[in-house]
Design a protein around this ligand. Sequence first.
Ligand code: ATP
Ligand code: MG
Length: 418
Amino acid sequence: MIQKQRGTIDILPGESEAWQWMEETIKETAALYGYSEIRLPTFESSELYKRGVGETSDVVQKEMYSFEDNDRRSITLRPEGTAGVVRSVIENSLATGAMPLPLYYLISCFRYEKPEAGRSREFYQFGVEQFGAQNPAADANVISLGYDIFKKLGLEVSLEINSIGCRHCRPKYHKALHDYFDACKDELCDTCLDRLDKNPLRILDCKSPICSKYAADAPKTVDYLCPECAAHMEELKLYLDTAGIKYTVNPKIVRGLDYYQRTVFEFISEDIGSKSTICGGGRYDGLVEELGGPHLPGIGFAMGLTRVMLALKAAGKLPEISTAPALYIASMGDKARLKSFEISLALKKFGINASFDQVGRSLKAQMKYADKIGARYSVVLGDSELEAGKATLKNMADGESREIDIADIQALAEVLNA
Ligand code: ATP
Ligand code: MG
């Protein structure tokens, strides 16, 4: 038997309804903030991610699913959404219209990682990117969208923010970090040793216990911000206070990708494991230029839906969603089955799901089936019912029955909808 690949998941009927509910809730909230969906390819040139995600990120260094296609081009399955969105915004000149440009996507991403709870090789993300707004108001509005989504889903999360400065203030900070980590470089993991000269900021994000132990006492970005970056952060706090959104400043947040500057943030859920990031984002004002586009500020986040679903389950916040039909129309004989098909179609015009026998079962087996699928009502059609034009509608829960007129679909729909 062929089995699914390690680190992939099957979302089966019974679970998929909860996923649909979660995604609908998210989309409705995004629409309230004026976001439009953007749908993009699942694979792009490897070069896009190397440049867009950054050579020193874990994603590019260790996690990409890359392969050569038949034309010997290096292709990568998308490990995240931002780089593709920026590519598309540039390629389709989307930034020439009204600004800001608010976009969202619901996608699966691929990363070659060691699978564990909340970490898979194909996983789902909801992400937003907004271009063309540099003011901290934009940062607050994006964060507020994430916050509102969690509120609507019924999840308790905490928000952590930080500023990692800009290209003016970061060199000084890099130097301070470099000096700090240089003193303990014999203890750093190999990847971080390599990052020490290239991008010491990345070391703060390393998950190895030794590197994170040293990272705890490392110099803090917020102590090195230039006046503009410091003012940006203070103003963001003011906006968040106005929105009534609680946050803490966590100087260790640098985000796993290279292109962020100034604001970075994470939403943390305590429902899965001790502490887990279910959404991360930030501002990336240099990225569009980096990928060959105009100067265009951007800010966004990516929400890990696989983890959001785990958190919803753990917190007992998944709603009861029934896919059971309102009515099961049992039939005896071919003529009655044809009629039951006709009635089931007529009821759909009233928004009602009625199921009928498509297998050719005995009446006893049909009633067992109606019970199994949880139909709320049942009715039995045979030659005598067809002749009389009347049948008996039975409430499956309490056994109560009433006579119905087979031809009066509207009256039947009213009973079923009541
Ligand atoms: P982590 O530190 O957990 O590896 P990351 O920094 O690599 O996360 P991002 O690239 O910022 O994650 O992706 C945004 C969100 O996508 C994460 O906060 C997380 O919820 C989710 N995510 C990332 N990688 C995975 C994965 N392999 N499986 C499931 N969800 C993931
Ligand atoms: Mg990661």
